[in-house]
Write a protein that binds this ligand. Structure first.
Ligand code: 3H9
Length: 697
């Protein structure tokens, strides 16, 4: 079937776009729309409707065409042609009209939408801004502040809000096609004018408004250039003619599209979707139905997991060892919901409905009917095995049993049951009701339908699921080991906490590694090391300082002091000279001569140690593909999305340069921490990028 069809229904020309799955405005669709508009100018139609088949109105330009040579008709020209039509042009919106799709509707003279529809300009999330007239038409229709908000956040809005802003004209509750045809006829009967947004004036604003937004964007989207370019394009709408403003928009848009940040963000967009797929998986797997979920453990993690499921409409049973622990767990859930309401994330009604789906119990028998049970107790492998034994006895046949362990051997935990095929890992990240990443850990014996069910379930609870095989720490935490090691080594060899943190923060990480340690609690690693013999604890230079801090009662944020001191009221951190004394004392004891380390070296040591481990994770088949590692780091560890994730970043730097630096560090710091991963050496020897290697598989 053609991607665009055209017919005249009752004197209304109807252009229908049918380009599944999301009706992206590919070249073929643009050609089809242009042909139809041209045909409509000379036929019996009196007005023209643009509507879409399938689940949504046009969700934007076809992102996979970006970076390739542009092909006519170009977006702005096509949309200007729509606007210039001498016949009324009407867009009929359902699903999500996004990006270029929404811009197309703004070039139409009128817009009608289903009440369930949403509209938005999400380009900023791809390191772009609306490049098809959006930066010029939205300020004219809705004003400059609304344009800056809509394009600056990238979040879609409900059509009711779009009506208030003057971006949509009419809302209907059903039968969009018939309603839109009736609306077109009504407009004709009313002799409605050809409303061309480009002919409107922009309501003037103070220049200081742009300064305020510039400051806001620089903070909120640290390191990103697209918001500032978007602001420049919108500002052009206030000082230039529509045509000149559009030319400015085009120039800035093309610059961004070919730039490294947008290329990286587009990589992340497709990587996220690819991560949900299991390579070589049989197509005929039927997922198990999941309606009710049991959670063992009402701590911060268990409570957050319970909320994730309840928010997505699942019935949740939270189990704790006794009534007291249960009450404590449920009160944390209550507090979190209250927080969501306070921050405007959930309405009071919605929060109450979600909370109403969570029940608390203390008896395993109560989990007999659960379709899925997730164990979320603390990291004690024996306790986890014990819980799995009890679940094996209590749960119905076919129930999926998952462990939320961050490190432990999922196969060993599954072996505690008589049904290892029903077991796997579901590794959530804290706070679990907010963080997007879900590592789905496939055990040796995990059944295909169990894995498939949980990957799909991850999406249902609005997480980004990525599959990992079993190893200590799975993809994310395993790679974090060398990263934290280097952070500690940089510190004891000459750095200060602020310096190490600032280097990584300025690189774009959400938080510096030293602050992350304080947030997680320094006692966690300390306790884990205490049970090991001294020669099993690794390089003392990498743990002596945090151990000394714990021994001095400094456990991190929770005790008001760790590597930093924390204000008890505001939690604001500050430098603490006592920590420098501890660092210097430990360095002396280990015979280290402290010398300054520059930020570039700190970044290279931390990020390349991460990348080097990433190659090993790939070689061992722990991650399916390099882009999965990128998704794990962007969604779970605060790696800047505009750098595309660690493996993408390594390609961007150049693998030969990465290898050269790793070898330099090996020569300076020794083989033990810095032996290059064989896969990295092989790719450099064959002059192959990671992207080429992944594409060849
Ligand atoms: C733009 O418009 C620029 C203009 O201003 C100017 C131009 C000059 N292109 O997310 P899903 C694929 S920039 C190509 O799983 P959902 C996606 O890869 C664009 N492909 O579904 C996936 O493929 P696969 C501005 C696209 O229901 C499949 O569709 N627009 C595009 O969870 C299903 O996707 C955006 O940024 C695309 N534009 O969510 C919107 N969109 O099955 C981006 C999707 O092979 N898209 N695909 O893995 C979205 O936000 C979501 O896809 C949407 C549906 C909400 C629409």
């Amino acid at each position: 079937m053609d991607k665009v069809s055209y017919e005249v229904v009752d004197s209304i020309g109807v252009i229908t776009v049918n380009n599944p799955p999301v009706n992206a405005l590919s070249h073929a669709v643009r050609v089809g729309i242009q042909d139809a508009i041209r045909a409509a100018q000379d036929d019996a139609s009196k007005a023209v409707l643009i509507i879409c088949e399938g689940r949504t109105f046009i969700a934007g330009a076809d992102i996979s065409e970006f970076g390739k040579p542009p092909r006519e008709p170009y977006f702005p020209d096509l949309f200007n042609e729509i606007e210039a039509s001498e016949k009324l042009m009407i867009a009929a919106i359902h699903g999500t009209a996004l990006g270029g799709g929404f811009e197309l509707t703004l070039a139409c003279h009128y817009r009608i939408a289903l009440e369930s529809a949403k509209v938005g300009l999400p380009e900023i999330k791809l390191g772009l801004f609306p490049g098809a007239g959006g930066t010029q038409r939205v300020p004219r229709l809705a004003g400059v502040p609304a344009a800056l908000d809509l394009m600056g956040s990238g979040n879609p809005i409900a059509v009711s809000q779009a009506v208030d802003l003057g971006l949509v004209d009419k809302i209907v509750s059903e039968d969009l096609r018939d309603s839109a045809i009736a609306y077109a006829k009504q407009l004709l009967a009313d002799d409605a004018p050809l409303r061309r947004a480009s002919e409107l004036d922009v309501e003037p604003v103070e220049d200081s408004l742009f300064d305020d937004y510039r400051t806001q964007f620089s903070k909120r989207a640290r390191g990103q250039i697209a918001p500032l370019k978007m602001l420049e394009a919108i500002q052009a709408a206030t000082t230039m003619s529509f045509a000149d403003g559009q030319a400015k928009e085009r120039e800035l848009f093309v610059e961004l599209m070919h730039g490294p940040q947008s290329t990286a963000l587009r990589h992340v967009f497709f990587a996220e979707r690819l991560a949900a797929r299991i390579s070589g998986f049989p197509r005929d797997v039927v997922d198990r139905p999941i309606e009710s979920v049991g959670i063992i453990g009402g701590g911060t993690m268990g409570g957050g997991i319970a909320m994730s499921f309840a928010n997505a409409g699942f019935q949740v049973t939270l189990l704790e060892i006794d009534e007291e622990a249960l009450a404590r767990g449920l009160s944390i859930v209550d507090k979190n919901y209250a927080g969501s309401v306070k921050r405007g994330k959930l309405s009071e009604e919605k929060a109450a409905a979600c909370r109403g789906r969570i029940d608390g119990v203390t008896d395993y028998e109560e989990l007999a009917g659960a379709d899925l049970v997730i164990e979320a107790v603390f990291e004690d492998p024996e306790l986890k095995k014990d819980i799995f034994k009890r679940l094996d006895e209590a749960c119905k046949p076919g129930a999926i049993l998952a462990t939320n362990t961050s490190y432990q051997d999922v196969d060993a935990i599954a072996a505690a049951t008589n049904r290892p095929e029903d077991c796997l890992g579901m590794h959530f990240f804290s706070p679990a009701h907010i963080m997007k990443l879900l590592e789905v850990v496939r055990g040796d014996k995990t059944a295909d339908d169990v894995l498939s069910t949980v990957m799909a379930l991850g999406k249902k609870i609005r997480k980004v699921p990525v599959m990992s095989r079993v190893c200590y720490g799975f993809i994310g935490n395993r790679m974090l080991g060398p990263y934290f090691r280097e952070a500690q080594l940089c510190l004891i060899e000459g750095g200060i906490p602020e310096g190490v943190d600032a280097a990584l923060y300025d690189f774009g990480m959400a938080m510096g590694p030293i602050s992350v340690g304080d947030l997680a609690g320094l006692d966690v690693g300390y306790k884990a090391r205490q049970v090991l013999a001294e020669d099993q604890r690794g390089d003392p230079r990498a743990y002596r300082v945090p151990d000394a801090l714990v021994e001095a009662g400094r456990l991190g944020q929770k005790s008001g002091a760790g590597f930093y001191r924390y204000d008890p009221e505001t939690r604001r951190k500050s430098f603490d000279p006592e920590v420098m004394e501890i660092i210097e004392r430990e360095a002396d004891a280990l015979g280290i001569e402290r010398l300054p380390i520059d930020a570039d070296e700190i970044v290279d040591r931390l990020i390349f140690s991460l990348v080097n481990e990433g190659f090993r994770v790939l070689e061992e088949g722990i991650a399916q593909r390099p882009s999965d590692i990128d998704v794990v780091y962007v969604y779970g560890y605060g790696f800047p999305a505009w750098r595309g994730g660690p493996m993408y970043y390594a390609d961007a730097v150049g693998l030969d340069r990465v290898l050269e630096r790793i070898k330099e560090f090996r020569d300076r710091f020794g083989e033990e921490n810095w032996s290059p991963a064989p896969m990295l050496e092989k790719l450099v020897a064959t002059n192959t990028t990671i992207a080429e290697w992944a594409a060849s598989k």
